[in-house]
Every structure is written in structure tokens, then in C-alpha cells.
Write a protein that binds this ligand. Structure first.
Ligand code: GLU
Length: 415
């Protein structure tokens, strides 16, 4: 699937953020400071392709805020990457880390490329080229990178080696890295497991379960977030009624076992051909109580919002629900759990990984899981108890307030 650079995300994230700024009644100096990115780097990376030609790839690293600590955020390899998308995502990371009370700011990076069209050797060299180009502005105490769409722990391993070769050997420059390099055992599962944990807390809070029936869950995206969210839901006794990926959407009203589906896909088959389900036009056409868009920004459009049967929509991806769709959901009294709250398990787990690196130790997976889910729960409680028109608005206001307190404590804003 090819996409053009996504300018929409910056526009609608800005709308939500400006709304929160209005409610907080902040002074103009503070508002200006919060709007700006501290640092934005644009780079060009020449890559020798397998066919002997040279191609130049464009990349970015944006640090939105450093008010509460080093910038923190992933690196995305995707055709839609652009400066405005990366800037919006960096700003979202500022709010996400602040909401979960982590000692980090917000950053994001990306390379405009389709990783599925590059060989392993090309991806390796592109990662090294990108790392060397952004190295002057990243580091364990400046800006800590992580995987995002199109990148993985393997990418982080290559990045760590490129940084080491250039004289920065500390693996705490990246989280989500391989276990052998000081990675965390829970990091890969953390975002998806956290999404499920938050979704079930929200479902309980809203009392949407009918008697002792399992909740029916529809999940868009079956990658590093959706597949873990699905397994956690299933393992906790809920029912996955539909899932989708780039090959299409499938449904089974009696439930899909995500473990069996993963085994099917590992054998080289496509999700859409899974024999224990049938194809449907759209993953959210299935009857469900919980809908989890965990694929990409902007996928949950007004059309989807008008048709979805869920009582609860939980943002597994960053920015999947468009503003039009959100207005329709509000009208239909369907509750939204916003990205910065719902998918915060990933960056919380990254924080524990970074802490372990600083202590030169590695904890048990269960310890990290408990700490991550505990931190998510605390954030959830603060959001639902805050006075606001929606959980998104509450989460944003709590996060922005914390960043503003950081700026004031540093004496960098006066009004
Ligand atoms: N890419 C993830 C996110 O958007 C995780 C970032 C991190 O762990 O630094 O939240």
C-alpha cells in the first residue's frame, strides 16, 4: 500500500492541541513555546542499491520538547514519512511521555522508504547511513530512539553498532533493542498488551460487558501492536471477532484464535486466506463491543465512525481517528480512548529498558510487565478523574500542564 506524505495528521493533532491550550488558558509565550519543535533535522542518505545504482533517501529527526528530559520516540521507515508527519508524531510523544510521568520529552524520526522493497543488506546500510547523519543530535541523555512502523529490534541493533563505530558505544541510545544488547524482554509485547489492558479498564469503567459474556473485539492491523493486543485479549478470555492487515479483513462470529492465526502466517500464508474465518469488506463491519484501530494514522474515517457497532474505540496506532470521525463518535456516545493513553505501554516499557541500561542490569519480564501495566493504570485513573469533555481532552490537558510546569521550573517561559 503506498501513501503520500501525511500532512493531515499535523493539522488534526494541532487542532486538538490548540483546543487543550484554550481550555488551559495559557499565556501567549507559553503557547508559542509549546507549538515549536526544539530541533528539526532533515537529512539525505545516499544508498548503493543491490543493482549497483545509487539512490538518495530523505530522512528526519524532530525533537519537539526537552522540557522534562531527553527526547524520546521511534523511527519510522514508511513511504508516507514527511516533515509534517514526523513533527506531529514528535509532539504527540511529548504529550505521551508527560501523561505517563516519564522523565522524557518527545521526539520522532523517519526515512521516506518502503522497507518491503529493500533487501536486508540495503536496509542495514540505510539504517547505518541514517544513524550517522542524526548522531550529532541523539544519545542516551539527549534523544533516545526506538522502533516504530517499519523498524524493529533488528534495526535498533544495527543503529547501536553504527553509533558505536562512530565513537558512541552506549546502547542506552536506543530502546526496543535486542535482548543481547541490553533490550527488555517485555518491550516487543508492551504496546499491544498495554492497549488491551487499558481497553479492558475502560470497558469495566463504562460497564459495557453483558453479564459474563466475553467482550467482542475487532482489531485493525495485525502487526507489532495489533497482534499482541489480540493475543492478550484472547488469553484474558475475550473474543476476537475480526482482524485485518494489508491483505484484507477477516471475521468469525465464533471467535478467531490469534495464536493459530499467527502460526498460519508464520508458515508463509496470508492473513486474508485464514481458513478459520471469512473475508469481510471492512474489519469494523463486524459486530463488536471494542474496536481497536492499530494500523496507521487516519484510517478511522467518518464513514467507519458512522457504521461501527462498538461502544468503545481504543487507539492502538498514533492518530488513527480523524476529527470528523471523532465528532460522529461523540454524537453516537461511543467513547474514545486516545492514543497517548492507550498505546503508552510501549514507551513506558522503553523507559524501564533505559533505566535498566543505566543500572547495568536486566530485570525479569514479569517485573517489567507489572511496572508497565501499573504505570498505565495510574495514568488511566488520572484521566478518567479529570474534568474534561472527553478522555482525549483530559489526557492532553494533564500532559500539557506537566510540560508547562517543567518549562516554568526551568525559567524558560514567563507568561
Ligand atoms: N514508537 C512508539 C510510540 O509511538 C514507542 C516509542 C518509544 O518507545 O520511544 O509510542
Amino acid at each position: 500500500m503506498t501513501r503520500t506524505p501525511n500532512a493531515g495528521l499535523l493539522e488534526w493533532e494541532t487542532g486538538r492541541f490548540e483546543n487543550a491550550l484554550d481550555r488551559l488558558e495559557l499565556g501567549s509565550g507559553t503557547r508559542c513555546t509549546l507549538r515549536c519543535a526544539t530541533r528539526s533535522l532533515r537529512i539525505e542518505i545516499p544508498l548503493i542499491r543491490d543493482n549497483g545504482s545509487t539512490e538518495v533517501f530523505r530522512g528526519f529527526r524532530v525533537q519537539h520538547s526537552l522540557a522534562l528530559g531527553p527526547a524520546k520516540g521511534g523511527i519510522r521507515f514508511h513511504p508516507s514519512v514527511g516533515e509534517s508527519e514526523v513533527t506531529a508524531l514528535a509532539r504527540l510523544m511529548t504529550w505521551k511521555t508527560a501523561l505517563h510521568e516519564l522523565p522524557f520529552g518527545g521526539g520522532k524520526g523517519g526515512v521516506v522508504c518502503d522497507p518491503h522493497r529493500l533487501s536486508q543488506r540495503e536496509l542495514h546500510d540505510l539504517t547505518r547511513g541514517y544513524t550517522v547523519a542524526i548522531l550529532p543530535i541523539i544519545g542516551p541523555e539527549i534523544d533516545v530512539v526506538a522502533p516504530d512502523i517499519g523498524t524493529s529490534s533488528e534495526t535498533m541493533g544495527w543503529l547501536i553498532q553504527a553509533a558505536a563505530d562512530a565513537g558512541q558505544p552506549n546502547p542506552a541510545i536506543a530502546t526496543g533493542k535486542p535482548l543481547i544488547l541490553g533490550g527488555s524482554a517485555f518491550r516487543a509485547a508492551s504496546t499491544g498488551v498495554g492497549v488491551t489492558h487499558i481497553a479492558l479498564l475502560a470497558a469495566e469503567r463504562l460497564a459495557i460487558r453483558a453479564g459474563s459474556q466475553p467482550l467482542r473485539v475487532a482489531i485493525e492491523g495485525f502487526g507489532s501492536v495489533g497482534s499482541w493486543a489480540a493475543r492478550e485479549m484472547f488469553d484474558r478470555g475475550e473474543m476476537i471477532v475480526s482482524v485485518s492487515d494489508v491483505t484484507g479483513a477477516i471475521q468469525n462470529e465464533e471467535g478467531i484464535d490469534p495464536h493459530v492465526l499467527i502460526a498460519w502466517m508464520h508458515s508463509g500464508e496470508e492473513l486474508v486466506d485464514f481458513p478459520q474465518a471469512r473475508r469481510i469488506d471492512h474489519v469494523f463491519a463486524a459486530r463488536c463491543e471494542i474496536a481497536i484501530p492499530a494500523a496507521f494514522e487516519g484510517t478511522f474515517t467518518a464513514d467507519v465512525a458512522a457504521q461501527v457497532t462498538a461502544r468503545l474505540v481504543v487507539e492502538g496506532a498514533n492518530g488513527p481517528i480523524t476529527p470528523d470521525a471523532e465528532a460522529i463518535l461523540a454524537e453516537r456516545t461511543i467513547t474514545v480512548v486516545p492514543d497517548l493513553l492507550a498505546n503508552g505501554g510501549g514507551v513506558i516499557s522503553s523507559y524501564w529498558e533505559w533505566v535498566q541500561n543505566h543500572q547495568h542490569t536486566q530485570w525479569a519480564e514479569a517485573t517489567e510487565r507489572d511496572l508497565t501495566l501499573g504505570r498505565l493504570e495510574r495514568s488511566f485513573d488520572r484521566v478518567v478523574e479529570a474534568e474534561a469533555t472527553s478522555w482525549r481532552s483530559a489526557a492532553l490537558m494533564l500532559a500539557i500542564r506537566r510540560v508547562v510546569d517543567g518549562l516554568h521550573a526551568r525559567g524558560t517561559v514567563a507568561n
